[in-house]
Design a protein around this ligand. Structure first.
Ligand code: UDP
Length: 325
């Protein structure tokens, strides 16, 4: 297959490109390098079946050109991260809605398969855990920037479903907190790379709030596996949770990372208001029900948090010595 991957130089994208190339696919990587970096695509950059294109999903004519020869698009490009939600709502809304609209319109005209990367954020603060794909979305008021990412992604999903009804082959993925080796910027909040760097540099490990909030962290190889399974046309018009249900509190996460790194860092608690002012409301708990993904996709996220953290920390240990991360 010839596949266009948008946001290919990002964390999930760069891993996905490598695995799809290894499976014999031809890949066009599109990225505007806003949060991704071209270097993250090494060693795939020199692969004979790989072309990197610098550009944006907001550039319609570029998309029309690139999609002309493709069999599928995996649309990962997004404006994300807590910092952006709080400080750049317009960028988040336009980047996530206009870009997806472009991809879907062009794919529909050409009848190209789309895999759309949505997020577990769309469930918002629904307290009924775990989330199945048809769980309600419970969000705070639109006056809080914090909810603009979840809202934009949910609107994108509506667009996908609307196009699916018109015959577009499209599958939606809701990712749950992916992590792993290689590039994942911590500037936009991602907690695992941040804690690892703090632990390795003997800096305080900064837990926000009381640390009892939980997440279901998903190792990148499992995230990529789920994404590739969604390329299959049998799952057109469907949405899947792609995550690992193992739940861990941020306090436990900090302690585990400190222990695996054999770090002398202190674990400190910082009130949310000190970090974000009154602009942010954290999600208390987020756990996927993956019955549907397991049964239909045969999705099997087998990497425990202990193993995933070990491998990730090994990678950071190797790179952090050589250059500032
Ligand atoms: N978090 C933290 N310290 C940090 C960064 C994040 O305690 O330095 C917390 C954050 O408040 C949230 C969790 O870690 O409860 C996951 O944050 P992340 O931004 O990685 O993902 P998301 O909130 O989007 O699930």
């Amino acid at each position: 297959m010839k596949i266009l991957i948008t946001g290919a130089a990002g964390f999930i994208g760069s891993h996905l490109v490598a695995q799809l190339l290894a499976k014999g696919h031809t890949i066009i990587s599109l990225d505007n390098l806003s949060t991704g970096e071209k270097a993250y695509l090494e060693p795939s950059l020199s692969h004979v079946n790989h072309t990197f294109v610098y550009g944006s999903v907001l550039d319609r004519s570029l998309l029309i050109d690139l999609m002309d020869s493709c069999d599928a698009v995996i649309h990962l490009a997004a404006v994300l991260g807590v910092k952006n939600l709080v400080n750049n709502p317009l960028k988040v809304i336009e980047g996530n809605i206009d870009g997806t609209k472009n991809i879907l319109e062009i794919a529909y005209a050409k009848r190209i398969k789309v895999v759309f990367a949505s997020t577990s954020e769309v469930y918002g603060k629904n307290e009924k855990i775990p989330y199945t794909e048809d769980s309600d979305r419970i969000l705070g008021p639109a006056s809080k920037n914090r909810w603009c990412y979840a809202t934009a992604k949910a609107l994108d999903e509506h667009l996908c479903f609307a196009y699916a009804e018109k015959g577009l082959p499209v599958t939606i993925i809701r990712y749950f907190n992916a992590y792993g080796p290689r590039a994942q910027t911590s500037d936009y909040g991602m907690v695992i790379p941040k804690f690892i760097k703090q632990a390795l540099k003997s800096q305080p490990i900064t837990v926000y709030g009381d640390g009892t909030q939980t997440r279901s962290f998903t190792y990148i190889d499992d995230t990529v596996q789920g994404t590739i399974l969604c390329l299959d046309n049998r799952w057109n018009g469907e949405v899947f949770n792609i995550g690992r249900p193992e739940e861990i509190s941020i306090n436990e996460l900090a302690a585990k990372i400190k222990q695996i790194c054999q770090s002398h860092s202190d674990i400190v608690h910082i009130p949310y208001e000190e970090v974000y002012g009154d602009k942010y409301e954290d999600t208390k708990q987020r756990v996927p029900d993956i019955t549907k993904s397991e049964q239909l996709l045969q999705f099997n996220p087998s990497t425990s948090i202990d193993n995933g953290l070990k491998w990730t920390i090994e990678w950071y240990k190797k790179t952090i010595d050589g250059r500032e991360q």
